[in-house]
Design a protein around this ligand. Structure first.
Ligand code: FMN
Length: 189
């Protein structure tokens, strides 16, 4: 039985996102004790400090999903050698208002994919910098995935055996980290 809730955040608003596909493949691979949930971010309005007094419903929903998670797996695309706007926007909402930062103390792992040879490596490094500043406790290591057509099939299975093994060890390592260090997730946003 799953003991820990893991929020999967795919940093894309593209219908056919390869990073959402990768997130779904990680959930399909699974790991002992973890229950995965893909958290929507493409319905969040553009962050505006003027709206902090009365948070939009989608923001309240997003912040409560992060608050309820024992761990978070970020799966980021790379846009112009950084993370996409839609992901930075979600991180900003999660960090605000002042005193209501949902990221602080969360256990997280980072991966991502791009068709390029370095598999979103620079975006992942940028993301680590941003999350570290928010007090997120990040799993070490590097999981850069070069996406090739057919890498993940229609049922979210990873078709390449060596990539599948690599991703399985990534998610198993995160399960071990969560089992060792997770404290019960706070319910409130
Ligand atoms: C605005 C923009 C910038 C991009 N910049 C990069 C980049 O710096 N490095 C890279 O490997 N791919 C880059 N790409 C290609 C993306 O890796 C590709 O569009 C990928 O499918 C995005 O992930 P997604 O399908 O999950 O949205 C860029 C794409 C867009 C639209």
């Amino acid at each position: 039985m799953a003991q820990f809730k893991v929020a999967l955040i795919a940093g894309s608003n593209r219908r056919e996102s390869i990073n959402r596909k990768l997130a779904q493949a990680l959930a399909r691979l699974g790991a002992p004790g973890l229950e995965f949930k893909l958290v929507q971010i493409d319905d969040l309005p553009i962050y505006n400090q003027d709206n902090e007094g009365s948070l939009p419903a989608s923001v309240v929903r997003f912040k409560s999903e992060i608050a309820a998670a024992d761990g978070i797996v970020f799966v980021t695309p790379e846009h112009n050698r950084s993370i996409p706007t839609v992901l930075k926007n979600a991180i900003d909402w999660g960090a605000r208002p002042w005193g209501k930062n949902n990221w602080t103390g969360k256990l997280a792992a980072v991966t991502g994919t791009s068709p390029g040879a370095i598999g979103a490596a620079l975006a992942q490094q940028h993301l680590r910098q941003i999350l570290g500043a928010q007090g997120v406790v990040l799993m070490g290591g590097e999981t850069y995935i070069t996406f090739k057509p057919g890498l993940i099939d229609a049922d979210n299975n990873v078709t390449d055996e060596s990539v599948r093994g690599f991703l399985k060890s990534f998610i198993d390592q995160f399960a071990a980290l969560v089992a060792r260090f997770a404290t019960p997730a706070r319910a409130a946003a």
